[in-house]
Ligand binder design. Sequence first.
Ligand code: VG1
Ligand code: CO
Length: 543
Amino acid sequence: MQIKTIATKPIDGQKPGTSGLRKKTRVFMQPGYLENYVEAIFAGVGGVTGKVLVIGGDGRFFNDKAIQTIIKMAVAHGAKKLVIGKGGLFSTPAASNVIRKLGAFGGVVLSASHNPGGEDGDFGIKFNGSNGGPAPENVTDAIFAATKTITEYRIADIADIDLDRLGASKAGETEIEVVDPVADYVELMEKLFDFDKIAALIKSGFTLRFDAMHAATGPYAKAILEGKLGAAPGSVINAVPLPDFGGGHPDPNPIYAKELYDFMASPGGADFGAASDGDGDRNIVIGRGAVVTPSDSLALLAANAHLAKGYARGLAGVARSMPTSGAVDRVAAKKGLDCYETPTGWKFFGNLLDAGKVTLCGEESAGTGSDHVREKDGLWAVLLWLNILAVRGESLKDIQEKHWAEYGRTFYTRHDYEAVDTAAAEGLVNRLRDMMPTLPGTKVADLEVASADDFAYNDPVDGSVTKKQGIRILFKGGERVVFRLSGTGTEGATLRVYLESFEPDVAKHGQDAQVALAKVIEAADTLAEIKARTGRQAPDVIT
Ligand code: VG1
Ligand code: CO
């Protein structure tokens, strides 16, 4: 076997964002682009010689080719073993599980998650460590530093590996094993949840629909929901992963998963609807006449998780990303649980989970997960919901309304302004940052600012500090607005405006969130001059 050493030069802009490096697929397809970044990953994690790596992705265009390159580079670096999902597929949570189960050094996960795929879409790559979670900031910083000093990369001159055939082969010192990406995950879910109870619920006539959006979760959802739990064939729709997600945008929000939302709102809809994203780590759940916001879902799961066997012991604590609503905080306060507030991105939950400080975590962006892996997990959340529904024997709508009656309702919405001119978006945020000291006491749209700051996180486990994670403005009545720029986009800047208010009065719980939050929305626009500075009259996406 010949190992080639190829001279190269640093490529600008290979800076990992909220979740790895994400760029247009065509950028990744440029000669040397992927190779440079993979070499930098290997350098940033201290080398992969003699180590076990898990490799897989969400099946989007270029997934297969990228995996062949990564295999050849890992072989050139003398990795001990590579474990690859059949067809090059692993959902993000399944990859996290396999890394943990094997005690692997880490994994390379290929995905741009909720971003569209295809040759004109997006591609992404990230490294997960031995705990199964996304590399923490010190590691991503080291990877970025390596992209700036790279002079060469190494790659083995071997034939492509047949990723469609299960089994092991050898290249140089490296054992290469192609595994079933679904089996271990199913086993883990069976340990956590009462499959018999969920199956009994379904047998009693409870109907469900899961939209896999032609992305990574399809095979997992089919195997579990239809195969193990007895949901009617066809309950999982868009189940076959496609390189371009069937032309769709695999983000389970009301715009891109409209098919599911419309179905659930129709007279013939199911008792329970759910969808996942490109790489299977996000989820949205919908009941008959009840859409659950991700922030509420986290709170509801925290209040009810003990009903599933895997969480019967109770929760160690909970965590949410800062822009996620405070609904879960109210559950934590009532149950006497510690509640942590982290920056956006799952990598910040890793230390809390590893230290046993929290059991459940979540983000407003349709992400919930637990200590069973170190990623958010879409299908896991769906199964936990089904388990709760099976045990309580009530509809999702009733459960949600009772929860609001007990804890109060936190109205919540996120307004996204996508592909905004980068300078305009940065200008908007910088101006707010400059205004912060003078904001308290300011009255806007009948609301009075109580405090304003730029969120900084002090990791209680390793003491690291992460600054500038979003500007938060709190009003006297408990309303809140958060402004931050996305770290996963590939075109211009995406401004995210997170809006929330708290309503204890049950009589007002039925309101539409956009109506309930009208004043807060107006205050946000006035303070940040959103319309004027972005040139947009309305958000591109409202969740
Ligand atoms: C977004 C979400 C964030 C999530 C991240 C990765 O990041 O807001 O909550 O962790 O995507 O999710 P940003 O920086 O664009 O706001 V995924 O499903 O894309 O891995
Ligand atoms: Co995702």
